[in-house]
Design a protein around this ligand. Structure first.
Ligand SMILES: Nc1nc2c(c(=O)[nH]1)N[C@H]1C(S)=C(S)[C@@H](COP(=O)(O)O)O[C@H]1N2
Ligand SMILES: [Mo]
Length: 202
């Protein structure tokens, strides 16, 4: 944390610049937030599956996933519980690389993201195609830690962090939007932090 007055000043400045979304506070620490327990990672049993409205459904092993091209993204991270963490450096596999392999059909408009342990979240396909959306393997300078989603987490920087599924295991390309884990209990279907799309009915 910054010292309180110094932090407030920075927050006001960042909000005025349009970088800190309304109602958010800056944190230097990185809180850990999730439901359920962290499963042990077994590289021999782990897989990543892509199904639904795609020409080419996929099942990738950990070894295969590790051979995919990687990129580096620096992005801010906004949690709906009102903290934002700036300048995260992520490296991992771009969503687009997976989409190119799976070849979504024209009728695929949304994606249900599947993650351990039974977590899901829905994101429009167009949003996942942004060039800073990736499956992160590292949060530089460290590899990703288990509590932050290792071995693999989705990162969707422009939406609230509940869309950035930790321990991600696969994607289901779908035609109609459907609510995921938090969306079913009232979180917003889209989750834009800059217009404070926190909960539904807002
Ligand atoms: N698999 C899984 N991913 C998840 C969650 C979860 O409960 N399970 N929680 C989400 C929520 S609500 C937030 S705010 C972020 C928090 O990420 P962090 O713990 O790395 O800060 O993870 C998201 N990804
Ligand atoms: Mo969250």
């Amino acid at each position: 944390m910054f010292f309180d007055n110094e932090r407030k000043e920075k927050e006001n400045l960042y909000e005025a610049e349009g970088r800190l979304p309304p109602g958010q506070s800056l944190t230097l620490k990185w809180p850990v937030l999730h439901e359920g327990r962290i499963l042990a990672f077994d590289p021999d049993r782990w897989d990543f599956q892509v199904r639904g409205q795609v020409e080419n459904p996929l099942r990738l092993t950990w070894r295969q996933f590790g051979k995919l091209p990687q990129l580096r993204v620096v992005a801010d991270f906004h949690c709906v519980t009102a903290w934002s963490k700036f300048d995260n450096e992520w490296t991992g596999v771009p969503f687009r690389a997976i989409a190119e392999m799976a070849r979504p059909l024209p009728k695929a408009r949304h994606v249900m993201v599947h993650a351990d342990p039974g977590y899901t979240t829905n994101v429009p396909l167009d949003d996942l195609m942004h060039d800073n959306v990736l499956f992160a393997l590292a949060h530089a300078p460290e590899p990703l830690t288990p509590e932050h989603g290792a071995p693999l987490r989705l990162v969707v920087p422009h939406l609230y962090a509940w869309k950035s599924a930790k321990w991600v295991r696969g994607l289901d390309f779908i035609e109609e939007d459907r609510p995921g884990y938090w969306e079913k209990v009232g979180y917003h279907m889209y989750g834009d932090p800059f217009t404070e799309q926190r909960y539904r009915g807002q």
